[in-house]
Design a protein around this ligand. Structure first.
Ligand code: SME
Length: 163
């Protein structure tokens, strides 16, 4: 099967997310393994947005976050709850938009070129499953529009993809 992702770079951000989410609903499905779905989810995000330098999942094992499927440079494999942006989002169960990573206390530098970041927690029936972590090498790459649509993507993953 040939998988093709369509992207429209010259349309408003919300339209780009709407097109991506529509395609994700076809690309990802519960018949496939979780690792395959998360791998394609991270690839689809990276392919759609040039501003993304790193995108991936850190999954919760009941104690720490461990590195899951991702696209980008090699990254740290384990993050403690409360540490860095991912660990803070995991602990507080809330999305965090970081316009300048240098100003986030305890930010974990996996890539020295990273400048801004957004982290979205994934919860199912109140249980914490992990986070979606996205980095950019430019400052101020993510805003409330990104947050709203990425939360929609994580909600879809929680309901349709995680068992
Ligand atoms: N910057 C993250 C660590 C993960 S890497 O960006 C892939 C953080 O502070 O949580």
């Amino acid at each position: 099967m040939t998988e093709i992702l369509i992207k429209e770079t010259d349309t408003p951000l919300d339209k780009q997310y709407q097109l991506l989410i529509k395609q994700m609903r076809n690309l990802l499905n519960k018949e496939e393994k979780l690792i395959s779905n998360l791998a394609n989810a991270s690839a689809a995000l990276k392919e759609t947005f040039d501003k993304i330098s790193w995108v991936g999942f850190y999954l919760y094992d009941g104690g720490n976050l461990y590195l899951g499927p991702f696209q980008g440079k090699v990254a740290c494999t384990r993050i403690e709850l409360g540490k860095g942006v991912c660990g803070t989002s995991a602990k507080e169960k809330k999305s965090i938009v970081v316009p300048d990573v240098n100003k986030f206390p305890g930010h974990i530098f996996c890539d020295v070129d990273s400048r801004s970041e957004i982290v979205i927690p994934i919860l199912k029936d109140g249980n914490f499953l992990g986070v979606l972590d996205i980095d950019s090498t430019s400052f101020n790459s993510f805003d409330d529009t990104d947050r709203i649509y990425l939360e929609e993507i994580c909600n879809f993953l929680s309901i349709e993809i995680f068992s």
